[in-house]
Design a protein around this ligand. Structure first.
Ligand code: AMP
Ligand code: MG
Length: 508
C-alpha cells in the first residue's frame, strides 16, 4: 500500500519490554525459513487495531514475516521458557517448542500486545518435536479464538494463518500442509512461566516475574498495596486474588457458551486472564456436564463440568510458586493467606456464573434465589440432552410467543410447562416488557458457534482441497454470532446423528 509511510518489513514499531525486563527468561532464537509462505487468512480488523495494513500482510513479503520465514527489522525473536502440570503431572521444562515471540506492538487503544508465531520451527525447547504446525489445527485455533472474541470472551487472537509450502505427516495417512498461526495476546505469561523458575529454586526470578506481571497486567495491584515490611505478602496476595478473579470470570463465560478448553494444563493458563492455546477444544451440542472431546483426556480431567475446579487447582499451583522467594519462617503465613485467596475462587466463580447464566435467561440482576431456577433448567436440558446453544434462543422465541423452536427441541414440549411458568413469574417481577427481555437474550445467547461438524467440514476442505470457502463462511457466521442472517441456517443446529461421537486431537 502506497499509503504506508515505510515498507512493511522495515516500518513495524516492535517493542521489546519482555525481552528487556526479563532477560534470562527466554532464549533468543530465529525462525526457520520455509519454502513458499502464503497467507491464507488475514484478520483485517485486528491488523488495523495493530496499525498494520491487511493488504500488505497478504502479499508474499507479508506472508514471509507472518510465517517467521523472514524476520522484520525491529523484531527480536525469542523462545520463552516455561514449565507446567500436564494432566496433573509436573514437567519442569516445556517452553516454546514450536513458537516464538517477535515482540510487542502498542495497539490503537494503547494496549501492549504480543505478536507471536506458532508453528515457526524448532527451538531449544522442542525436545523430540519438529516445531511445526498443521493447517487444520492452525485454522481451528483461528476460528475458535475469533468466535470466542466475538462472544465477548477474553482470548488470544489470530492475526493470520500462513501455509508454509511444506507437507507434514502427523495423524493422517496422507501428509498435511504445514502452517503458522500469527497470534496476538495480552502476553504469553503463563502459570507455567512462574513454575519454571520456582522449580529451579530461582526465587529472585519468581519475584521479578511477579513484579513484571503486576506492572503489565494488574497495575492496580501495584499501586499502594502492602509494604516491604510484610515481605511483599499483601501485594502477592492481591495479585493472586486479581488473577483468580479474571479466571473465575473467563471460565464462567466458557461455561455459559458450552465451551470445553480440553487441555487446561498450567502451561496453557495465562496470567492475563485470556483464553490461550486452543488445541483439542470444542463446543458441546447436547448438554452433558461430563462431556470430553480430547482423545488424550481419558479420565475426563478437563471435562466441561470440571473446568472451574481445574482453574482453581491451577491457581493454587501459581500461588505455590511464591514460596520460592519466601523464607522458611514466613512460609506458614504465606500459605495461610494464599489458601484463603484460592478458596475464595468458589465464591467468585459462583457469582460470575450466576450473572452469566441469569443473563442467558433474561434475568438482569440474578440473586441466590435464582439458582434453583437455573439448575432446574439445566437438569431438564441434561435429562433430554437438549442442544445447549439452541435452547436459550428457543426460550427467547417463547417470550416472543413463538414455541416452534422449543417444539423442535422437545418432542413433548408440555414437559417444560412447569419450568416455563416459574420462569415467566420471575421475569414478570422484573417489570420489563417481554420483548425487551427477548431482545436482550438474543444479544447474549449466540446463534452461531463453531459447531463440531461445521469445523471439521471447513478444516477438511481447507487442508485436503485447498478450498478456503467453507472456512470463510463459517468464520463469517461465528464472528457475528448473535444476529440471525439469511443463508446461514446451516450453521444453527447441532451435528446430525450420523456425525457420530466427536474426538479432537492436540496435534497442532
Ligand atoms: P501444547 O500441547 O500446544 O500446549 O504444547 C505443550 C508443549 O509441547 C509445549 O512446550 C510445546 O512447545 C510443545 N510442542 C507441541 N508440539 C510441538 C512440536 N510439533 N514441536 C515441538 N514442540 C512441540
Ligand atoms: Mg500450550
Amino acid at each position: 500500500m502506497t499509503e504506508l509511510p515505510r515498507g512493511l518489513l522495515e516500518g513495524i514499531p516492535f517493542e521489546h519490554e519482555f525481552a528487556t525486563e526479563l532477560d534470562g527468561f527466554y532464549v533468543p532464537w530465529q525462525a526457520t525459513e520455509v519454502p513458499a509462505p502464503r497467507a491464507v487468512v488475514v484478520n483485517a480488523p485486528l491488523a488495523a487495531e495493530l496499525g498494520l495494513d491487511p493488504a500488505t500482510l497478504a502479499t508474499p513479503e507479508g506472508a514471509a514475516w507472518l510465517s517467521g520465514s523472514r524476520i522484520p527489522d525491529g523484531a527480536r525473536p525469542l523462545a520463552q521458557a516455561y514449565a507446567g502440570h500436564q494432566f496433573g503431572n509436573f514437567v519442569p521444562q516445556l517452553g516454546d517448542g514450536r513458537a516464538m515471540l517477535l515482540g510487542e506492538l502498542i495497539d490503537s487503544r494503547g494496549r501492549r500486545r504480543d505478536v507471536h508465531l506458532k508453528g515457526s520451527g524448532r527451538t531449544p525447547f522442542s525436545r523430540g518435536g519438529d516445531g511445526k504446525a498443521l493447517l487444520g489445527p492452525v485454522l481451528r485455533e483461528y476460528l475458535v479464538g475469533e468466535a470466542m472474541h466475538a462472544m465477548g470472551i477474553p482470548t488470544s487472537r489470530a492475526l493470520a494463518a500462513t501455509t508454509t509450502g511444506e507437507r507434514i505427516r502427523r495423524n493422517q495417512p496422507e501428509a498435511e500442509p504445514g502452517a503458522v498461526l500469527t497470534r496476538v495476546a495480552a502476553s504469553h505469561l503463563r502459570v507455567g512461566t512462574f513454575q519454571f523458575f520456582a522449580a529451579r529454586g530461582e526465587g529472585e526470578r519468581v519475584r521479578q516475574l511477579l513484579d513484571y506481571a503486576i506492572e503489565r497486567h494488574y497495575p492496580e495491584v501495584g499501586a499502594g498495596v502492602g509494604s516491604d515490611s510484610d515481605g511483599g505478602l499483601e501485594r502477592a496476595l492481591a495479585f493472586l486474588g486479581a488473577v483468580r478473579d479474571r479466571h473465575a470470570a473467563v471460565v464462567a463465560q466458557w461455561m455459559s457458551v458450552g465451551f470445553i478448553h480440553g487441555v487446561m494444563n498450567t502451561d496453557n493458563m495465562t496470567i492475563s486472564g485470556e483464553t490461550l492455546d486452543y488445541g483439542p477444544c470444542a463446543f458441546m451440542d447436547g448438554f452433558a456436564p461430563g462431556t470430553v472431546f480430547s482423545s488424550i483426556d481419558r479420565y475426563g480431567r478437563y471435562a466441561y463440568g470440571n473446568q472451574p475446579r481445574i482453574a482453581q487447582w491451577n491457581l493454587a499451583r501459581l500461588g505455590e510458586t511464591f514460596l520460592a522467594f519466601v523464607g522458611p519462617d514466613e512460609e506458614s503465613r504465606w500459605i495461610e493467606g494464599m489458601t484463603t485467596e484460592i478458596e475464595d475462587f468458589t465464591e467468585v466463580f459462583g457469582a460470575r456464573w450466576l450473572e452469566a447464566m441469569g443473563r442467558k435467561i433474561g434475568i438482569s440482576d440474578p440473586g441466590p434465589s435464582d439458582v434453583p431456577l437455573i439448575d432446574a433448567l439445566l437438569q431438564m436440558m441434561e435429562e433430554r440432552e437438549l442442544d445447549f446453544t439452541s435452547t436459550f434462543r428457543a426460550l427467547a422465541d417463547v417470550l416472543r410467543g413463538d414455541r416452534r423452536s422449543l417444539q423442535r427441541l422437545l418432542p413433548n414440549p408440555s414437559a417444560a410447562d412447569d419450568w416455563l411458568a416459574r420462569w415467566s413469574e420471575r421475569l414478570t417481577a422484573q417489570g420489563v416488557p417481554v420483548d425487551a427481555i427477548a431482545a436482550e437474550m438474543e444479544r447474549t445467547n449466540p446463534l452461531y458457534i463453531p459447531r463440531n461438524h461445521r469445523v471439521e467440514e471447513a478444516l477438511d476442505a481447507a487442508w485436503r482441497d485447498s478450498d478456503m470457502g467453507p472456512f470463510r463462511d463459517l468464520l463469517d457466521a461465528v464472528t457475528r454470532p448473535f444476529e440471525r442472517r439469511k443463508g446461514l441456517e446451516r450453521f444453527e443446529g447441532p451435528a446430525p446423528d450420523d456425525f457420530g461421537p466427536y474426538v479432537t486431537f492436540c496435534g497442532t
